[in-house]
Write a protein that binds this ligand. Structure first.
Ligand code: SIN
Ligand code: FE2
Length: 209
C-alpha cells in the first residue's frame, strides 16, 4: 500500500451519516446531480455529480476536466459547503488552508469510476479527503504509475479515506458498488464526497502579526 493513504472505517456513526446525508440532499436541491461527459469522446460518466463550495469539478466533451464556480446546467454558483463537511477537513486533513471544492459523486447500481489520478488542482500539497455514504464500494488504490500494483478495499457508509503525501497522486477508482448493502439512502446507491484544495494558498506574509 502506498505511503500516505489512510482508511478510517466507520469514522461517522449512523446519526452523523444521516445528518450528512440530509445536508447533501439540501445541496442537491439547489445544485442537482448532472451527468459529466468525457473530454474528446463525449461519453457520459456512469457516475452522476454535483459540487458544493467555492469551486466545483466538471467535465465535458468540449472543454475537458476543470474547476468552475457555477453549475454547468443551472448556471448558479455552487451552494456553500455544509459546516459538517468543513469540520471534517479541519479535524482530519492536517492542512492549514480550507478546502475549496467538495465533489459529490452518486453511484447508482452499475456505476463505476475508472482508475485516475486527481491532478486538476494547482495545490498538490493538500490531501484529498473522501467520505462514503450508503452502499459499499470496491475501491482500488495503486501508485503514481498506472501500471503500479493495486490494493483493493471496501469503503462502507461512514468511512473516510485520506490520500496524502505520496498517495496524493496515486491512481485510484471504484470498480463497482455492492447494491443493497446499506439502508442509509432510501433510493439505494452510494454518495461519495471528495474534499479538495484547488489553488495554492497565499504564502504567509512575514511582516504580518
Ligand atoms: C473519486 O476518486 O473521485 C471518488 C472516489 C470514491 O467514490 O470513493
Ligand atoms: Fe479521484
Amino acid at each position: 500500500m502506498i505511503e500516505g493513504f489512510r482508511h478510517l472505517p466507520g469514522h461517522l456513526d449512523r446519526p452523523a451519516q444521516e445528518a450528512l446525508l440530509a445536508a447533501i440532499r439540501a445541496v442537491l436541491a439547489e445544485a442537482p446531480l448532472f451527468v459529466p461527459t468525457m473530454p474528446r469522446s463525449g461519453r457520459p460518466f456512469s457516475v452522476q455529480m454535483s459540487n458544493c463550495g467555492p469551486l466545483g469539478w466538471v467535465s465535458d466533451k468540449a472543454r475537458g476536466y476543470r474547476y468552475e464556480a457555477c453549475h454547468p446546467v443551472t448556471g448558479q454558483p455552487w451552494p456553500a459547503m455544509p459546516e459538517m463537511v468543513t469540520a471534517l477537513w479541519w479535524a482530519l486533513a492536517g492542512y492549514g488552508a480550507p478546502p475549496e471544492a467538495c465533489l459529490i459523486n452518486y453511484y447508482a447500481p452499475g456505476a463505476r469510476l475508472g482508475s485516475h489520478r486527481d491532478e486538476d488542482e494547482a495545490d498538490m500539497a493538500a490531501p484529498l479527503l473522501s467520505i462514503s455514504l450508503g452502499d459499499e464500494a470496491v475501491f482500488h488504490i495503486g501508485g503514481r504509475k498506472r501500471s503500479d500494483a493495486k490494493t483493493r478495499l471496501t469503503l462502507a457508509s461512514g468511512d473516510i479515506a485520506i490520500l496524502a503525501g505520496p498517495a496524493r497522486l496515486a491512481y485510484h477508482g471504484i470498480d463497482r458498488i455492492r447494491p443493497g448493502t446499506s439502508d442509509l439512502i432510501a433510493e439505494g446507491g452510494r454518495f461519495n464526497l471528495t474534499l479538495r484544495r484547488v489553488t495554492q494558498p497565499a504564502p504567509c506574509d512575514p511582516q504580518a502579526g
